[in-house]
Design a protein around this ligand. Sequence first.
Ligand code: ADP
Length: 173
Amino acid sequence: MTLPAGRTAVYPGSFDPVTVGHLDIIDRAIELFDRVVVAVLNNTTKKGLLSVEERVMLLREVLANRPSVEVCSFQGLTADFAASLGARTLIRGLRAVSDFDAELRIALMNRRLNPDLDTVFLMTRAENLFLASSTVKEVASLGGDIASFVPAPVARHLAARFRPAPPDSEMSR
Ligand code: ADP
């Protein structure tokens, strides 16, 4: 991907799946940066519910009307990936104090790995404080309504994923 070095920020994460909490962070980052690259970490040791391709596809669908946003996946160190784009800023969202400890360690490590790289934290909106991809997956898997937690394409995708399988035609005969 060729992006101008300008004010490019990378928003890395799992996005398994993207929620309205992530979208709020992206929309606020758009106001601060010329380009925002939403980067799905292809973590070979952590298998998610959705494949990386599905996550990228859903993010692209949801973010299609935001011209300054690009979606991609990456492997390896976030610090190296940001450097390869000429980006000097990472975006992360913060919910509770419990996020802070881990995020501080990650941010400090990333700056050790790439001294030009800073992390900008955007505080969650109060209504998204308890919203996490893991909770959304759990609610969806139990048949709960997730419409207010995720964009519509994600709700449809998860509903299809967790829809009970039709009765086996052999068995139902
Ligand atoms: P990771 O697995 O790397 O934590 P996630 O996809 O869960 O990735 O989240 C990516 C980033 O978005 C993280 O900085 C996370 O704190 C933030 N985030 C997730 N959910 C919310 C939310 N409801 N409000 C604000 N930020 C959020």
